[in-house]
Design a protein around this ligand. Structure first.
Ligand code: NAD
Ligand code: MG
Length: 282
């Protein structure tokens, strides 16, 4: 997306559908060359049907990984991701269900393991957000939904996955720039994203002796279905970043590849800030 390109206004309900977005997000750059960095690996990606998760799925597939994606209900988007992964010469299973349900988290991991025979890379990436201008509008129902989706699911998927991860395997968690700079209208959401930062740092220490690395990505404004599904006006989305534009999912995928592969073998407990130039701590 160019610096001055205006996004036409549009709105959807959650979960947003990539198939209904215009312009279409870029998933992977045409000139991205895979080099077998993830050959033979098996990756499970929550929220892998669309947006950042879809980009991660396609990049991982181009690098040789087999993919299991977990998503809420967006069957059309999930089937598209499956086709894109298969077009890379890889395999993809799609698993629909609600990650707020602890049993489903277990089932999603076992389905991946029984289909592919193991698990090496977990990408915790699913989320919801409900913008509220007034703090008092954040009721308990919203609090529960936001925390169960955005952080409890990361604990539950990880707990199930750890029965299968071994030395050299890794976990990557999607946080947000809002964890670092705060957000006046996404207080509960940004709180879960802050929890993901501490979760990542703490878990990395806990798993270091097993040589399982745990890192994260903190995206800035990225053109994904979450945006038209949750913001009233998207036409100026991302323009307030130093680079003056929103990011594309294609600009995230390579950072996940780095954290998933051996290139980052001496990196754990860290975040990469793919956010258009906002300088944040940590
Ligand atoms: P997205 O809508 O494409 O992805 C989010 C996915 O989460 C959805 O596809 C949906 O299937 C899944 N999901 C939500 N609730 C679920 C549930 N209860 N059970 C199962 N799956 C569920 O949007 P995205 O922007 O690609 O989001 C991916 C991650 O990036 C999220 O963690 C989000 O917080 C983070 N992020 C996005 C931005 C941005 O500007 N787009 C900025 C910072 C962080
Ligand atoms: Mg989706």
């Amino acid at each position: 997306m160019k610096k001055d390109e205006k996004i036409p206004n549009q709105s959807q309900s959650q979960p947003g559908k990539q198939s209904k977005m215009h312009p279409k997000p870029e998933i992977i750059r045409k000139n991205y060359k895979g080099s077998e960095k993830l050959k033979g690996k098996i990756a499970l990606i929550t929220g892998g049907d669309s947006g950042i998760g879809r980009s991660v799925a396609v990049h991982f597939a181009r690098e040789g990984a087999k993919i299991a994606i977990v998503y809420l209900e967006e069957n059309k988007d999930a089937k598209t991701t499956k086709k894109l992964v298969e077009a890379e010469g890889s395999k993809c299973i799609i698993i629909a269900g609600d990650l707020k349900d602890a049993d489903f988290c277990k089932k999603a991991v076992s389905q991946c393991v029984s289909e592919f025979g193991g698990l090496n890379i977990v990408v915790n990436n699913a989320a919801m957000q409900f913008a509220k201008d007034s703090f008092s509008e954040i009721d308990d129902a919203q609090l529960t939904e936001t925390f169960e989706t955005n952080i409890y699911s990361y604990f539950r998927i990880t707990r199930a996955a750890l029965n299968h991860l071994n030395e050299g395997d890794c976990i990557i968690n999607t946080s947000s720039v809002t964890a670092y700079r705060g957000s006046d209208h996404l207080i509960d959401y940004s709180s879960t994203k802050g929890a993901i930062v501490s979760f990542t740092r703490s878990l990395s220490k806990n798993l270091a002796s097993k040589k399982i690395r745990v890192n994260g990505i903190a995206p800035g404004p990225i053109w994904t279905p979450l945006i038209p599904a949750t913001l009233n006006n998207v036409s100026d989305f991302g323009r307030d970043t130093p680079l003056g534009r929103p990011g594309q999912p294609s600009e995230l995928g390579p950072a996940y590849v780095f954290l998933a592969c051996e290139d980052s073998s001496y990196v754990t407990g860290q975040f990469i800030h793919v956010n258009g130039g906002e300088v944040v701590g940590g």
